[in-house]
Design a protein around this ligand. Structure first.
Ligand code: FMN
Length: 182
């Protein structure tokens, strides 16, 4: 993670801003999160992006939210396509999250993104990696500007499990040494 040039406030009274910044980050990193691939598509342009700032937000309607960096390729595709597909991963496939920490290279002839085979989600057509343990196919319901990130709120239009079925062990951030957020 790139070190911040300047610690972000607010700060409690009397603390050293840099020291507090490091402490606060370590606490925020402890928030339990999953580790996902976010599929986006606008026309023929597709991308997969590693993300962990993800949560279900409402039950009626069925809403999930993903916070996407304002400069990410993914944000443009989610906006233009009006959709996204969230892929849950098997713990065994943890290596793939490193691949999608940068924009994917698409090969339409082989239906791969950075060498990982994908299929199109059933309703929106956003890409879902073939290795996905489960997926949520979502329509972009709204977006909320949060500063560094834009919260993309999606309504779930379709959902399903992958080949290994419901018993697959789902990847969580704690299964890797990577930290994001904080
Ligand atoms: C463990 C991990 C978790 C990440 N979580 C998020 C996230 O929740 N939101 C986000 O915008 N970027 C996240 N990133 C960074 C993106 O994966 C990376 O910046 C991305 O490839 C840029 O998106 P783009 O390909 O759409 O340009 C995470 C990276 C890692 C390594």
């Amino acid at each position: 993670m790139a070190p911040h040039a300047r610690a972000v406030g607010p700060f409690p009274d009397g603390v050293d801003p840099d020291e507090y910044d490091r402490l606060r980050r370590r606490v925020l990193w402890k928030l339990p999160t999953g580790l996902y691939l976010l599929g986006s598509r606008a026309g023929d342009r597709r991308n997969l992006m590693t993300c962990n700032l993800v949560s279900q937000l409402a039950m009626e309607p069925k809403l999930v939210g993903v916070a996407v960096e304002r400069d990410a390729v993914t944000l443009g595709l989610v906006r233009d396509g009006g959709s996204f597909a969230l892929a849950l991963l098997d713990r065994e496939d943890r290596a793939v999250v490193r691949v999608f920490a940068k924009p994917a290279v698409e090969d339409r002839s082989t239906h791969t993104l950075s060498g990982v085979a994908y299929r199109d989600a059933p309703v929106t057509g956003a890409p879902i990696p073939e290795i996905a343990a489960a997926f949520l196919d979502c329509r972009l319901e709204r977006e909320v500007d949060l500063g560094s990130h834009v919260l993309c709120v999606g309504e779930v239009l379709a959902a399903g499990f992958g080949e290994r079925g419901e018993d697959a062990e789902i990847l969580r951030s704690e299964d890797t040494r990577m930290n994001y957020g904080g």
